[in-house]
Design a protein around this ligand. Structure first.
Ligand SMILES: [Zn+2]
Length: 247
């Protein structure tokens, strides 16, 4: 008997184009076993970690993609084709790369497409299992319906809170600079105060952002009806370190 990670690793090699003989030599798993795995519908189920009742193989990638999904993503079905999309700012190619890479890590072997529109690059992938991975999908806008994470999603975020925060802040967040003047020894000086702000109309999504900030012990406060701010100097530095700049 082989455990699930060994089976997934072997099937991932097959999916990446290795022959059964090569995979057999590398893993020590007999070719007939590999053939049985690869040829049955088990392959289809194993591709989607939810249908095989498993946690994601790449939890960090899933946590980040979940953040991007809650920020600027959607799952939709049209004429039996199910598509996952994340809309990215076209002026931030680093984020387009990040999202494209994450889609590839969450769904190895699947195609990732980029569609350009004025000011926007939409990263998309067609797969009938996207709704398994993002059970928050539904009609209408996210702020008009409850957004509640499943227990397994909370487990993934708890294990990878920084990745989740990167997805949230790099989609619906910004790093702003505030200026203030202060008189020091009779001299007027200008100080710069950077801060991160997360803006989302969904109370539930803002609450998830606050929960993840608590997990990494970064203090925050509400600074508007739809805004969560991280503005203390050490907190901004810590968040910079955890999620990196928007590029
Ligand atoms: Zn599935």
């Amino acid at each position: 008997m082989y455990d699930a990670p060994a089976r997934r690793a072997a099937l991932a090699m097959v999916a990446a184009g290795a022959s059964l003989s090569e995979v057999s030599r590398t893993t020590g798993i007999h070719r007939s076993t590999l053939r049985a795995w690869a040829s049955t519908e088990a392959t289809v189920a194993l591709e989607c970690f939810r249908c095989s009742s498993l946690h994601p193989t790449d939890g960090a990638a899933y946590a980040a993609l979940l953040g991007y999904y809650l920020g600027d993503g959607c799952v939709s079905t049209f004429r039996r084709r199910t598509t996952f999309r994340v809309s990215c700012d076209a002026s931030l190619p680093g984020i387009v790369e990040d999202v494209s890479g994450l889609v590839g890590r969450v769904r190895p072997g699947g195609g990732v497409f980029r569609v350009r529109a004025p000011g926007v690059v939409v990263v998309s992938s067609n797969w009938k299992h996207w709704p398994c991975l993002f059970p928050q999908h539904g009609p209408g806008r996210k702020h008009d319906r409850p957004i509640v994470l499943a227990d397994w999603q909370r487990d993934v975020v708890t294990a990878h809170p920084a990745d989740f925060l990167r997805g949230l802040f790099h989609s619906d967040g910004c790093r702003a600079h505030n200026w203030a003047t202060r008189v020091v020894r009779g001299e007027k000086r200008r100080y710069e105060y950077p801060r991160w702000q997360f803006t989302n109309r969904s109370d539930d999504i803002r609450a998830l952002c606050c929960w993840a900030l608590d997990l990494v012990e970064v203090p925050w406060r509400r600074s508007g009806a739809w805004v969560v701010s991280v503005s203390r100097r050490e907190a901004v530095a810590r968040l910079d370190e955890l999620i990196g700049p928007k590029t």
